[in-house]
Design a protein around this ligand. Sequence first.
Ligand code: SAH
Length: 449
Amino acid sequence: MEKKRRASEGSPSAKPERTTGRTNRRAAEESAASFAYRSGGKPKKQGAARAAAPAGKSRQEAPKAPVKKSRCPYSGKCGGCTMIDVPYDDQIREKQALVQELIGDYGPVEPFIRMKNPGRYRNKVTSICGIDSHKKPICGVYRERSHEIVPVRTCLIQDRRADGIVQSVFSLLPSFKMKVYDERTGYGSVKAIQVRCARATGQIMVTIVTASAVFPSRKNFVEALLQKEPEITTIVQNINDRDTTMVLGTREKVLYGKGYIEDVLLGKTFRLSSRSFYQVNSIQTEKLYNIAIDMAGLSGKERVLDAYCGIGTIGICASDKAKEVIGVELNEDAAADAEENAKLNHADNVTVYADDAGRFMTEMAEKKEPVDVLFMDPPRAGASFDFLQAILILAPKKIVYVSCNPETLADNLSYLTDGGYTMKKAVPVDMFPYTESMETAVLLVRTGA
Ligand code: SAH
Protein backbone atom coordinates (compact mmCIF):
# COMPACT_ATOMS: atom_id res chain seq x y z
CA MET A 1 0.00 0.00 0.00
CA GLU A 2 1.42 3.33 -1.01
CA LYS A 3 1.35 5.76 1.87
CA LYS A 4 -0.84 8.89 1.92
CA ARG A 5 -2.20 8.87 -1.57
CA ARG A 6 -3.99 11.93 -2.76
CA ALA A 7 -7.72 12.17 -2.57
CA SER A 8 -9.51 11.64 -5.86
CA GLU A 9 -10.01 14.74 -7.93
CA GLY A 10 -13.36 16.43 -8.23
CA SER A 11 -14.44 15.16 -4.84
CA PRO A 12 -16.39 17.36 -2.46
CA SER A 13 -13.88 19.70 -0.90
CA ALA A 14 -14.95 19.97 2.68
CA LYS A 15 -17.57 20.53 5.29
CA PRO A 16 -19.66 17.44 5.42
CA GLU A 17 -22.59 18.71 7.47
CA ARG A 18 -24.45 16.00 9.21
CA THR A 19 -27.33 17.57 11.03
CA THR A 20 -29.91 18.44 8.46
CA GLY A 21 -33.33 16.86 8.68
CA ARG A 22 -34.61 14.04 6.50
CA THR A 23 -36.07 14.94 3.17
CA ASN A 24 -38.50 12.14 2.36
CA ARG A 25 -42.23 11.95 2.93
CA ARG A 26 -41.81 10.64 6.42
CA ALA A 27 -39.67 13.66 7.34
CA ALA A 28 -42.32 15.96 5.96
CA GLU A 29 -44.98 14.19 7.98
CA GLU A 30 -42.88 14.41 11.10
CA SER A 31 -42.15 18.04 10.62
CA ALA A 32 -45.89 18.58 10.28
CA ALA A 33 -46.22 16.71 13.56
CA SER A 34 -43.67 18.91 15.24
CA PHE A 35 -45.48 21.95 13.86
CA ALA A 36 -48.46 20.74 15.86
CA TYR A 37 -46.34 21.00 18.99
CA ARG A 38 -45.05 24.40 17.93
CA SER A 39 -48.48 25.85 17.50
CA GLY A 40 -49.81 24.15 20.62
CA GLY A 41 -52.56 22.21 18.85
CA LYS A 42 -53.40 20.03 15.91
CA PRO A 43 -52.05 21.12 12.56
CA LYS A 44 -54.69 23.34 11.00
CA LYS A 45 -55.69 23.19 7.40
CA GLN A 46 -55.05 26.52 5.73
CA GLY A 47 -58.25 28.48 5.17
CA ALA A 48 -60.48 26.02 7.05
CA ALA A 49 -61.26 28.44 9.89
CA ARG A 50 -62.00 31.26 7.47
CA ALA A 51 -64.35 29.12 5.45
CA ALA A 52 -66.23 28.04 8.58
CA ALA A 53 -66.78 31.58 9.93
CA PRO A 54 -69.63 33.43 8.24
CA ALA A 55 -68.94 37.09 7.46
CA GLY A 56 -69.60 39.46 10.37
CA LYS A 57 -69.75 36.69 12.93
CA SER A 58 -66.12 36.64 13.95
CA ARG A 59 -66.68 38.04 17.48
CA GLN A 60 -69.18 35.30 18.27
CA GLU A 61 -66.70 32.56 17.34
CA ALA A 62 -65.83 30.04 20.01
CA PRO A 63 -62.58 31.15 21.66
CA LYS A 64 -59.60 29.69 19.88
CA ALA A 65 -57.17 27.50 21.78
CA PRO A 66 -54.34 29.76 22.95
CA VAL A 67 -51.39 29.56 20.60
CA LYS A 68 -48.35 28.49 22.57
CA LYS A 69 -45.29 30.60 21.98
CA SER A 70 -42.25 28.66 20.90
CA ARG A 71 -39.20 28.59 23.17
CA CYS A 72 -37.21 29.76 20.20
CA PRO A 73 -37.84 33.14 18.56
CA TYR A 74 -36.65 31.78 15.21
CA SER A 75 -38.81 28.69 15.30
CA GLY A 76 -40.43 28.00 11.95
CA LYS A 77 -38.03 30.41 10.26
CA CYS A 78 -34.57 28.89 10.42
CA GLY A 79 -35.70 25.30 9.96
CA GLY A 80 -33.00 23.94 12.25
CA CYS A 81 -34.61 22.49 15.38
CA THR A 82 -37.92 21.10 14.21
CA MET A 83 -38.43 19.55 17.67
CA ILE A 84 -37.54 22.60 19.79
CA ASP A 85 -40.94 22.57 21.56
CA VAL A 86 -41.34 18.81 21.75
CA PRO A 87 -40.75 17.49 25.30
CA TYR A 88 -37.49 15.54 25.44
CA ASP A 89 -39.18 12.22 26.28
CA ASP A 90 -41.39 12.59 23.22
CA GLN A 91 -38.42 13.43 20.99
CA ILE A 92 -36.71 10.23 22.10
CA ARG A 93 -39.90 8.22 21.65
CA GLU A 94 -40.33 9.49 18.08
CA LYS A 95 -36.72 8.85 17.13
CA GLN A 96 -36.74 5.41 18.74
CA ALA A 97 -39.85 4.49 16.77
CA LEU A 98 -38.27 5.69 13.56
CA VAL A 99 -35.02 3.78 13.96
CA GLN A 100 -36.97 0.69 15.05
CA GLU A 101 -39.14 0.96 11.96
CA LEU A 102 -36.18 1.41 9.63
CA ILE A 103 -33.73 -1.17 10.94
CA GLY A 104 -35.65 -3.24 13.54
CA ASP A 105 -36.13 -6.09 11.08
CA TYR A 106 -32.40 -6.69 10.92
CA GLY A 107 -31.86 -7.20 14.65
CA PRO A 108 -32.43 -5.77 18.13
CA VAL A 109 -32.46 -2.01 18.59
CA GLU A 110 -31.54 -0.95 22.11
CA PRO A 111 -33.00 2.10 23.88
CA PHE A 112 -31.66 5.50 22.90
CA ILE A 113 -28.68 6.88 24.77
CA ARG A 114 -30.12 10.17 25.93
CA MET A 115 -28.39 13.43 26.72
CA LYS A 116 -28.55 14.36 30.39
CA ASN A 117 -28.87 18.09 29.84
CA PRO A 118 -29.96 18.54 26.25
CA GLY A 119 -29.35 22.07 25.02
CA ARG A 120 -26.47 24.33 24.01
CA TYR A 121 -24.55 21.25 22.88
CA ARG A 122 -23.32 22.36 19.47
CA ASN A 123 -19.62 23.16 19.62
CA LYS A 124 -19.64 24.72 16.16
CA VAL A 125 -21.56 27.77 15.02
CA THR A 126 -21.63 28.92 11.42
CA SER A 127 -23.20 32.28 10.74
CA ILE A 128 -23.77 33.39 7.17
CA CYS A 129 -23.28 37.10 6.41
CA GLY A 130 -25.37 38.98 3.89
CA ILE A 131 -27.63 41.91 3.13
CA ASP A 132 -31.31 41.97 4.06
CA SER A 133 -34.17 43.42 2.01
CA HIS A 134 -33.56 46.87 3.62
CA LYS A 135 -29.92 46.70 2.45
CA LYS A 136 -28.78 46.21 6.03
CA PRO A 137 -25.87 43.84 6.77
CA ILE A 138 -26.99 40.84 8.80
CA CYS A 139 -25.65 37.48 9.92
CA GLY A 140 -27.48 34.31 10.77
CA VAL A 141 -28.69 31.13 9.10
CA TYR A 142 -30.39 30.48 5.80
CA ARG A 143 -34.14 30.08 6.01
CA GLU A 144 -34.92 26.49 5.10
CA ARG A 145 -34.57 25.80 1.37
CA SER A 146 -33.86 29.45 0.58
CA HIS A 147 -31.09 31.98 0.39
CA GLU A 148 -32.81 34.41 2.70
CA ILE A 149 -30.85 34.94 5.92
CA VAL A 150 -32.66 34.76 9.26
CA PRO A 151 -30.67 37.00 11.63
CA VAL A 152 -30.10 34.56 14.50
CA ARG A 153 -28.29 36.17 17.45
CA THR A 154 -28.39 33.21 19.77
CA CYS A 155 -29.52 29.64 19.39
CA LEU A 156 -30.76 27.28 22.10
CA ILE A 157 -28.63 24.38 20.88
CA GLN A 158 -25.39 26.29 20.28
CA ASP A 159 -22.50 27.01 22.61
CA ARG A 160 -23.26 30.34 24.26
CA ARG A 161 -19.67 31.59 23.99
CA ALA A 162 -19.65 30.87 20.28
CA ASP A 163 -22.89 32.79 19.79
CA GLY A 164 -21.38 35.79 21.57
CA ILE A 165 -18.16 35.66 19.56
CA VAL A 166 -20.05 35.60 16.25
CA GLN A 167 -21.82 38.80 17.31
CA SER A 168 -18.52 40.39 18.37
CA VAL A 169 -16.88 39.63 15.02
CA PHE A 170 -19.90 40.93 13.15
CA SER A 171 -20.10 44.14 15.20
CA LEU A 172 -16.43 44.91 14.56
CA LEU A 173 -16.67 44.71 10.77
CA PRO A 174 -17.84 48.31 10.07
CA SER A 175 -15.03 49.88 12.15
CA PHE A 176 -12.55 48.10 9.88
CA LYS A 177 -14.40 48.96 6.70
CA MET A 178 -15.11 45.29 6.13
CA LYS A 179 -18.28 44.94 4.09
CA VAL A 180 -20.35 41.81 4.20
CA TYR A 181 -20.69 39.96 0.93
CA ASP A 182 -23.86 40.53 -1.07
CA GLU A 183 -24.47 37.40 -3.11
CA ARG A 184 -26.81 39.22 -5.49
CA THR A 185 -24.29 41.84 -6.54
CA GLY A 186 -21.04 40.08 -5.66
CA TYR A 187 -20.02 43.23 -3.77
CA GLY A 188 -18.38 43.05 -0.33
CA SER A 189 -16.12 40.56 1.32
CA VAL A 190 -17.20 38.75 4.51
CA LYS A 191 -19.27 35.71 3.67
CA ALA A 192 -19.48 33.86 6.96
CA ILE A 193 -18.19 33.61 10.50
CA GLN A 194 -17.53 30.21 12.02
CA VAL A 195 -16.66 29.55 15.64
CA ARG A 196 -15.57 26.21 17.05
CA CYS A 197 -15.16 25.54 20.75
CA ALA A 198 -13.24 22.63 22.22
CA ARG A 199 -15.17 21.50 25.26
CA ALA A 200 -12.35 19.85 27.18
CA THR A 201 -9.58 22.39 26.62
CA GLY A 202 -11.64 25.57 26.28
CA GLN A 203 -9.77 26.48 23.08
CA ILE A 204 -11.75 28.52 20.58
CA MET A 205 -11.18 28.94 16.84
CA VAL A 206 -12.71 31.75 14.80
CA THR A 207 -12.80 31.40 11.03
CA ILE A 208 -13.71 34.43 8.96
CA VAL A 209 -14.73 33.47 5.44
CA THR A 210 -13.99 36.12 2.84
CA ALA A 211 -14.65 36.32 -0.89
CA SER A 212 -11.07 37.36 -1.65
CA ALA A 213 -7.70 37.21 0.07
CA VAL A 214 -7.85 40.93 0.91
CA PHE A 215 -8.26 41.60 4.62
CA PRO A 216 -7.65 45.29 5.35
CA SER A 217 -5.89 46.11 8.64
CA ARG A 218 -5.98 42.49 9.74
CA LYS A 219 -3.56 43.12 12.60
CA ASN A 220 -5.75 45.78 14.14
CA PHE A 221 -8.84 43.70 13.56
CA VAL A 222 -7.29 40.74 15.36
CA GLU A 223 -6.21 42.98 18.24
CA ALA A 224 -9.67 44.49 18.59
CA LEU A 225 -11.34 41.09 18.47
CA LEU A 226 -9.03 39.61 21.07
CA GLN A 227 -9.66 42.56 23.31
CA LYS A 228 -13.39 41.87 23.12
CA GLU A 229 -13.08 38.09 23.27
CA PRO A 230 -9.86 37.10 25.04
CA GLU A 231 -10.91 33.43 25.15
CA ILE A 232 -10.22 33.05 21.42
CA THR A 233 -7.09 30.98 20.86
CA THR A 234 -6.79 31.12 17.08
CA ILE A 235 -8.18 33.15 14.18
CA VAL A 236 -8.17 31.94 10.60
CA GLN A 237 -9.14 33.65 7.35
CA ASN A 238 -10.73 31.25 4.91
CA ILE A 239 -10.93 32.40 1.33
CA ASN A 240 -13.94 31.24 -0.63
CA ASP A 241 -14.10 32.97 -4.01
CA ARG A 242 -16.70 30.59 -5.41
CA ASP A 243 -20.46 30.79 -5.32
CA THR A 244 -21.22 27.30 -4.11
CA THR A 245 -23.25 25.86 -1.27
CA MET A 246 -20.03 25.09 0.58
CA VAL A 247 -19.42 27.70 3.26
CA LEU A 248 -15.68 27.21 3.39
CA GLY A 249 -13.21 27.58 0.57
CA THR A 250 -9.97 25.67 0.20
CA ARG A 251 -7.42 28.42 0.94
CA GLU A 252 -6.66 29.63 4.45
CA LYS A 253 -4.42 32.13 6.20
CA VAL A 254 -3.74 31.95 9.89
CA LEU A 255 -4.28 35.43 11.36
CA TYR A 256 -3.61 34.54 14.98
CA GLY A 257 -2.50 31.49 16.98
CA LYS A 258 -1.86 28.00 15.67
CA GLY A 259 -4.61 27.78 13.06
CA TYR A 260 -6.26 24.84 14.81
CA ILE A 261 -7.65 23.89 18.21
CA GLU A 262 -7.30 20.77 20.29
CA ASP A 263 -9.98 18.87 22.13
CA VAL A 264 -9.89 15.75 24.27
CA LEU A 265 -12.13 12.72 23.76
CA LEU A 266 -11.80 9.55 25.84
CA GLY A 267 -8.43 10.71 27.10
CA LYS A 268 -6.97 11.28 23.62
CA THR A 269 -6.09 14.71 22.28
CA PHE A 270 -7.36 15.74 18.86
CA ARG A 271 -6.27 18.64 16.76
CA LEU A 272 -8.91 19.96 14.42
CA SER A 273 -8.65 22.56 11.73
CA SER A 274 -11.54 24.63 10.45
CA ARG A 275 -12.24 22.42 7.43
CA SER A 276 -12.13 19.08 9.20
CA PHE A 277 -15.24 17.26 10.27
CA TYR A 278 -15.68 17.02 14.02
CA GLN A 279 -18.73 15.75 15.86
CA VAL A 280 -20.72 18.74 17.10
CA ASN A 281 -21.82 17.25 20.43
CA SER A 282 -18.70 16.31 22.37
CA ILE A 283 -20.53 14.89 25.41
CA GLN A 284 -22.55 12.42 23.37
CA THR A 285 -19.60 11.69 21.08
CA GLU A 286 -17.71 10.11 23.95
CA LYS A 287 -20.70 7.88 24.65
CA LEU A 288 -21.02 6.96 20.98
CA TYR A 289 -17.34 6.11 20.62
CA ASN A 290 -17.36 4.05 23.83
CA ILE A 291 -20.29 2.04 22.49
CA ALA A 292 -18.67 1.58 19.07
CA ILE A 293 -15.32 0.49 20.53
CA ASP A 294 -17.06 -1.86 22.98
CA MET A 295 -18.96 -3.42 20.10
CA ALA A 296 -15.69 -4.18 18.31
CA GLY A 297 -14.59 -6.31 21.30
CA LEU A 298 -10.92 -5.85 20.47
CA SER A 299 -8.29 -8.13 22.02
CA GLY A 300 -5.12 -6.37 20.87
CA LYS A 301 -4.49 -8.69 17.93
CA GLU A 302 -6.73 -7.16 15.32
CA ARG A 303 -6.04 -5.25 12.16
CA VAL A 304 -8.64 -2.51 12.20
CA LEU A 305 -9.80 -0.29 9.38
CA ASP A 306 -11.34 3.07 10.35
CA ALA A 307 -13.12 4.15 7.18
CA TYR A 308 -14.40 7.74 6.83
CA CYS A 309 -12.14 8.48 9.79
CA GLY A 310 -12.32 12.31 9.80
CA ILE A 311 -9.56 13.52 12.12
CA GLY A 312 -8.96 9.94 13.23
CA THR A 313 -11.04 10.00 16.40
CA ILE A 314 -12.57 6.49 16.45
CA GLY A 315 -9.45 4.67 15.28
CA ILE A 316 -7.13 6.54 17.64
CA CYS A 317 -9.47 5.97 20.60
CA ALA A 318 -9.49 2.25 19.70
CA SER A 319 -5.76 2.02 18.93
CA ASP A 320 -4.67 0.90 22.43
CA LYS A 321 -6.83 -2.17 22.04
CA ALA A 322 -5.80 -3.14 18.50
CA LYS A 323 -2.63 -4.36 16.83
CA GLU A 324 -2.91 -1.99 13.91
CA VAL A 325 -5.30 0.74 12.79
CA ILE A 326 -5.60 2.04 9.24
CA GLY A 327 -7.58 5.24 8.77
CA VAL A 328 -8.94 6.44 5.43
CA GLU A 329 -10.47 9.86 4.84
CA LEU A 330 -11.24 11.87 1.71
CA ASN A 331 -10.81 15.40 3.05
CA GLU A 332 -7.08 16.07 2.95
CA ASP A 333 -7.14 18.57 5.83
CA ALA A 334 -8.95 16.06 8.02
CA ALA A 335 -6.55 13.29 6.94
CA ALA A 336 -3.59 15.55 7.79
CA ASP A 337 -5.17 16.25 11.18
CA ALA A 338 -5.67 12.51 11.68
CA GLU A 339 -2.04 11.80 10.92
CA GLU A 340 -0.95 14.54 13.30
CA ASN A 341 -3.37 13.23 15.94
CA ALA A 342 -1.87 9.76 15.74
CA LYS A 343 1.54 11.33 16.49
CA LEU A 344 0.13 13.56 19.22
CA ASN A 345 -1.24 10.50 21.02
CA HIS A 346 1.83 8.34 20.37
CA ALA A 347 -0.41 5.92 18.52
CA ASP A 348 2.39 4.39 16.46
CA ASN A 349 0.14 1.61 15.20
CA VAL A 350 -2.12 4.07 13.33
CA THR A 351 -1.56 4.90 9.64
CA VAL A 352 -3.76 7.37 7.79
CA TYR A 353 -4.48 7.57 4.07
CA ALA A 354 -6.09 10.50 2.27
CA ASP A 355 -8.28 8.70 -0.23
CA ASP A 356 -11.78 7.85 -1.27
CA ALA A 357 -12.90 5.07 1.05
CA GLY A 358 -14.51 3.06 -1.78
CA ARG A 359 -11.42 3.22 -3.96
CA PHE A 360 -9.13 2.43 -1.07
CA MET A 361 -11.19 -0.56 0.06
CA THR A 362 -11.41 -1.90 -3.48
CA GLU A 363 -7.65 -1.74 -3.75
CA MET A 364 -7.28 -3.50 -0.42
CA ALA A 365 -9.68 -6.18 -1.62
CA GLU A 366 -7.70 -6.64 -4.85
CA LYS A 367 -4.52 -7.05 -2.84
CA LYS A 368 -6.27 -9.46 -0.47
CA GLU A 369 -5.26 -7.36 2.54
CA PRO A 370 -6.58 -8.79 5.79
CA VAL A 371 -9.00 -6.73 7.88
CA ASP A 372 -10.41 -8.12 11.14
CA VAL A 373 -12.64 -5.26 12.24
CA LEU A 374 -14.08 -2.47 10.15
CA PHE A 375 -15.30 0.78 11.68
CA MET A 376 -17.28 2.71 9.10
CA ASP A 377 -18.78 6.15 9.66
CA PRO A 378 -19.91 7.45 6.27
CA PRO A 379 -21.66 10.78 5.61
CA ARG A 380 -25.46 10.99 5.29
CA ALA A 381 -25.51 9.40 1.86
CA GLY A 382 -24.18 6.15 3.35
CA ALA A 383 -21.37 4.03 1.94
CA SER A 384 -20.75 3.90 -1.79
CA PHE A 385 -21.49 0.73 -3.72
CA ASP A 386 -17.83 -0.02 -4.41
CA PHE A 387 -17.14 0.31 -0.69
CA LEU A 388 -19.92 -2.16 0.17
CA GLN A 389 -18.77 -4.57 -2.51
CA ALA A 390 -15.23 -4.44 -1.18
CA ILE A 391 -16.48 -5.26 2.34
CA LEU A 392 -17.88 -8.55 1.10
CA ILE A 393 -14.54 -9.41 -0.50
CA LEU A 394 -12.41 -8.34 2.47
CA ALA A 395 -14.91 -10.10 4.78
CA PRO A 396 -13.94 -8.58 8.15
CA LYS A 397 -15.27 -10.65 11.07
CA LYS A 398 -16.93 -7.61 12.60
CA ILE A 399 -18.25 -4.35 11.27
CA VAL A 400 -19.11 -1.46 13.54
CA TYR A 401 -21.24 0.86 11.46
CA VAL A 402 -21.68 4.36 12.90
CA SER A 403 -24.43 6.07 11.00
CA CYS A 404 -25.88 9.57 11.03
CA ASN A 405 -28.77 8.63 8.77
CA PRO A 406 -30.94 5.63 9.62
CA GLU A 407 -32.40 5.55 6.10
CA THR A 408 -29.12 5.01 4.28
CA LEU A 409 -28.09 2.75 7.16
CA ALA A 410 -31.15 0.59 6.44
CA ASP A 411 -30.23 0.43 2.73
CA ASN A 412 -26.64 -0.54 3.51
CA LEU A 413 -27.80 -3.11 6.10
CA SER A 414 -29.97 -4.74 3.49
CA TYR A 415 -26.91 -5.24 1.26
CA LEU A 416 -24.62 -6.39 4.05
CA THR A 417 -27.08 -8.84 5.59
CA ASP A 418 -27.72 -10.31 2.14
CA GLY A 419 -23.97 -10.61 1.84
CA GLY A 420 -23.50 -12.78 4.92
CA TYR A 421 -23.56 -10.38 7.88
CA THR A 422 -25.94 -10.43 10.84
CA MET A 423 -26.87 -7.37 12.83
CA LYS A 424 -26.24 -8.26 16.48
CA LYS A 425 -27.46 -4.99 17.90
CA ALA A 426 -28.00 -1.32 17.24
CA VAL A 427 -27.61 1.46 19.77
CA PRO A 428 -29.04 4.85 18.81
CA VAL A 429 -27.42 7.87 20.44
CA ASP A 430 -29.08 11.25 20.77
CA MET A 431 -26.35 13.48 19.42
CA PHE A 432 -28.69 16.18 18.17
CA PRO A 433 -31.47 16.90 20.70
CA TYR A 434 -34.32 19.09 19.40
CA THR A 435 -33.62 18.05 15.83
CA GLU A 436 -34.74 14.94 13.99
CA SER A 437 -31.17 13.75 13.47
CA MET A 438 -29.50 10.93 15.34
CA GLU A 439 -26.48 8.66 15.33
CA THR A 440 -26.72 4.89 15.51
CA ALA A 441 -23.94 2.42 16.25
CA VAL A 442 -24.55 -1.01 14.75
CA LEU A 443 -22.63 -4.22 15.30
CA LEU A 444 -22.57 -6.66 12.40
CA VAL A 445 -20.80 -10.00 12.51
CA ARG A 446 -19.94 -12.26 9.65
CA THR A 447 -22.11 -15.36 9.87
CA GLY A 448 -22.51 -16.34 6.22
CA ALA A 449 -19.99 -17.83 3.82
N1 SAH B 1 -15.46 9.14 11.96
C1 SAH B 1 -15.29 10.58 12.01
C2 SAH B 1 -15.87 11.32 10.82
C3 SAH B 1 -17.25 10.95 10.41
S1 SAH B 1 -18.01 12.09 9.29
C4 SAH B 1 -15.83 11.14 13.31
O1 SAH B 1 -16.51 10.46 14.08
O2 SAH B 1 -15.59 12.31 13.58
C5 SAH B 1 -17.73 11.37 7.75
C6 SAH B 1 -16.35 11.60 7.21
O3 SAH B 1 -16.29 10.96 5.94
C7 SAH B 1 -15.99 13.05 6.95
O4 SAH B 1 -14.77 13.35 7.58
C8 SAH B 1 -15.85 13.17 5.43
O5 SAH B 1 -14.85 14.07 5.02
C9 SAH B 1 -15.51 11.75 5.07
N2 SAH B 1 -15.84 11.31 3.70
C10 SAH B 1 -16.89 11.69 2.94
N3 SAH B 1 -16.88 11.02 1.78
C11 SAH B 1 -15.81 10.19 1.82
C12 SAH B 1 -15.28 9.22 0.91
N4 SAH B 1 -15.86 9.00 -0.26
N5 SAH B 1 -14.19 8.55 1.27
C13 SAH B 1 -13.59 8.79 2.47
N6 SAH B 1 -14.04 9.68 3.38
C14 SAH B 1 -15.15 10.37 3.04
